[in-house]
Design a protein around this ligand. Sequence first.
Ligand code: ADP
Ligand code: ADP
Length: 782
Amino acid sequence: MEGASSQRFIGRGSHKGKGLAVFTSGGDSQGMNAAVRSVVRMGIYLGCKVYFIREGYQGMVDGGDNIEEANWSSVSSIIHKGGTIIGSARCMEFIKREGRLKAAFNLVTRGITNLVVIGGDGSLTGANLFREEWSSLLDELLANNKITKDQREKYKHLHIAGMVGSIDNDFCGTDMTIGTDSALHRIIEAIDAIVSTAYSHQRTFIMEVMGRHCGYLALVAALASEADQVFIPEDPVPNNWVEKLCKRLAQERKSGQRLNIIIVAEGAIDREGKPITAELVKKVVVDNLQQDTRITVLGHVQRGGSPSAFDRILGCRMGAEAVMALMEASPDTEPCVVSLDGNQAVRLPLMECVRRTKAVAQAMADKNWDLAVQLRGRSFARNLETYKMLTRLKPPKEAFDASGKPAEGLTLAVMHVGAPACGMNAAVRSFVRNCIYRGDTVLGIHDGVEGFISGNIVNMDWSDVTGWVAQGGAFLGTKRTLPGDKKGEIAARIKQFNIQGLLIIGGFEAYQAGLEIYEARAQFPEFCIPLVVIPATISNNVPGTDFSLGSDTALNEITEICDRIRQSAQGTKRRVFVIETMGGYCGYLSTLAGLAGGADAAYIYEEKFSIKDLQQDVYHMASKMTGGIQRGLILRNEKANDNYNTEFIYRLYSEEGKGLFTARMNVLGHMQQGGSPTPFDRNMGTKMAAKCLHWLVETIQKGPANAPDSACLLGIVKRQYKFSPLEDLKAQTNFAQRIPKQQWWIKLRPLLRILAKHESTYEEEGLYMTVEQGEIDSENVI
Ligand code: ADP
Ligand code: ADP
């Protein structure tokens, strides 16, 4: 179900005096710090008295120094750190009522009646129980003269909001838990490293990844690394797996593949429920094939390292939403868990989500695998399906005739238009393999429109695209050239090669090229073929989609560079960095990297700013510096304003900061494109290309492609993959600035300001934030 959205006014200081505490519990994960920071700052912004509770429930039970009032700067410089700065623990005492009684006493005596819990389903269950018992716990404390009648009355309601921090992505109700994306980054980094060494030898690598009962990490890592086999708990391998695995590995070696990768989830089992361990798989491979086989157990590396941009932003968004949920709660509001539904932060009933999470475990215990996969949710099932399709070893026989030629397949072509972006290669690989699997002929058009015109078009084979997923850039070659007055030549090539459907992967130019071809259909009947665009650009400025391929990689790249730049100034006294990002007129990278990097401001074209705003920001920076902050980070999009350019802003800060801080300027160039695609970009490319093929085939079957809906762009819109006719997108496009007229992420800008403001030197009235209402995925409810 799609949720409704509305505007909400958030007044500075509007919840004065409310006591709010945040704690992390259970296993730690990357991004928890971003969430803690966001809770603290949002709470302070609204006027709450905010506390940290250290060491999870243990700190709540023990009280004392474990419960400490937090201020603005206690959460400075933590957003880039892995783990949780306030500590996490498991606590046996809290499971018993005596423990919870002590905890209640510690909260009441500090006036805390709002709790944000960041943890897994165990921690959330504990919080729910605590809330249910709250009244009776207070009665007991009153009866024992531990608290006064006044306190009993004043603090009679406890409100709870949860956020799921776990690398496993094992919680039903949220598409992503905080930490999963970072864990995937760690796994993929490790696999990429192994691939480079293993290539020198002929080897089989077995990697064990975390996920006690959940195969998400293993599955997505397998997709992102072109693994040959994955073992996960939700979809156990068939009984003859040994035979099948050996056949596959032997066949691949014979066809020249030097390296095989097998991924085993920690909790992998067979259909009888017996564990499949990395050791067992190794034994199978060594005994049957005598291949050189090595095991890598990643272990805690997966929880470590700096959080990815996505996890930081997720933490920021969820933390703020959790605080708002508490502030808006009435005595009978059910405890909620803040989750991610597609691209929206939503609130869901906590216990319903916990129940469903437990139902997955039950389904697995009952060996009801289909149900387990279904309960995991749509994106899990989608990932599994794509993985299965892509790892089929050989195209099905019936797709070929006696001479080995595709029997009655289609002829489809793929090309890039625009600048290279990470994930383009993954998309081409998936398209090529999906086509071949169906029995189609697939043509790679090199160097975009220019290659199309000159006939640089080649037949692509299954093995041509091996190893492409992990590679940045665009192996097919890409140029910005548009068809323009060369449409006749293109039409001739379409005819010459008998192209029946076309996939264009690229940025704004790809969308424009698609439009040009579509609009010339009346003139060139050859253009009456289905055409589909996959948006791929670091700028994320293509209409019809929330995300473009390559923008996640660029965002991570910028975020890492900002971390390094800040770190470079360690030991230097107060310094402000002014950093220019790419994006054309689109402020996506600046805004999102600003949130992920904990920037003080992000100047963009879409939100006009005057000299007055700049002046206020400079004063604001000065007041932060006087307040003890050592470093400032200002992001500016390359085309934010012609006159207030990066140099101007740098000089402004340099001049006004004299005596208080120094300034430095950095223009981040093409390195923002990134070298190695992130897991998200690899998988987005893989999944989108599979969908595009499906759409092309369906559209071809419908007959001549004349209608607007036969020339589309595939986007991620809120929570769905959506094909939008290029014709319809015209009305949504600002062609002069090459950006969409509406951009979803603009709604995150108030959050960036709230999280960056310290004690302001000027009065602020408050801000508006967009609220989304969520529901549990109806398709998943049994
Ligand atoms: P996770 O939150 O990651 O699932 P655990 O299941 O270990 O991790 O739970 C963390 C802590 O939450 C436990 O150590 C305990 O203090 C508390 N907790 C878990 N389940 C309950 C419960 N049913 N009742 C009370 N407290 C609980
Ligand atoms: P699917 O896209 O098939 O639903 P995924 O498991 O890839 O499955 O992602 C689940 C959701 O989380 C998606 O809605 C996606 O938009 C979001 N998501 C996950 N990782 C990222 C990321 N790094 N950047 C942006 N969105 C992400």
